[in-house]
Design a protein around this ligand. Structure first.
Ligand code: FMN
Length: 170
């Protein structure tokens, strides 16, 4: 599969089967995140793997968007280990962690693991529930697993803008 096919094939899975994610697949996904570029190569990301009944239950209390996924990754970054852009307006924390997240989601798709990126939750409440350190900010959860029978991408997955709406040659 070439990259464009892979990118087209990935979709947000909103109903997972009971099938557990095997350790090799999880390791491949985590490794893809480890290899992601970060500003100044600071690698401030921190990924939490949630698979226990208790942990998944906590996630369910915070968001309706786990969709029975057997594995959930919490993607966080160390706010004291980011690159601050000249001008001091923002730092690289969110984008570094987002690139890590994107590597993991696409790696999942490349090995037939379904996923959904989730940010419909209060990150401070999540930090509290899992007792995460003060210096970390949570950007998203990634649901991982295998789609339930009959699950297909939602219609909006196919409603992508044309290149000329998104790209300007200067
Ligand atoms: C940053 C981000 C946050 C998202 N949060 C949620 C969420 O909380 N719940 C959910 O069901 N889907 C969520 N999604 C999935 C999007 O709705 C979905 O990616 C978008 O509609 C395009 O569909 P596709 O992923 O199937 O191509 C999120 C996606 C992104 C990129």
């Amino acid at each position: 599969m070439n990259f464009i096919e892979l990118a087209k094939n990935r979709f947000s899975c909103k109903n997972f089967s009971d099938k557990a994610l095997d350790r090799d697949s999880l390791n491949t996904i985590l490794e893809a995140g480890r290899l992601a570029p970060t500003a100044q190569n600071r690698q401030g990301q921190h990924i939490y793997v949630v698979e226990s009944k208790e942990g998944l239950g906590k996630i369910d209390e915070l968001t309706p968007s786990r969709y029975h996924a057997p594995t959930a990754l919490i993607v966080a970054y160390d706010k004291n280990n980011t690159f601050t852009y000249p001008g001091d307006k923002c730092d690289s924390g969110v984008e570094d962690a987002t690139i890590v997240l994107t590597h993991m989601v696409l790696a999942a798709a490349s090995i037939g693991v379904d996923s959904c990126i989730v940010n419909f939750f209060d990150p401070d409440k999540l930090k509290e529930q899992f007792d995460l350190p003060d210096n970390e900010e949570v950007i998203a959860i990634i649901d991982l697993g295998y789609k339930a029978e009959g699950v297909k991408p939602l219609e909006k997955h196919f409603k992508t803008k044309e290149l000329d709406e998104l790209v300007t040659f200067l």
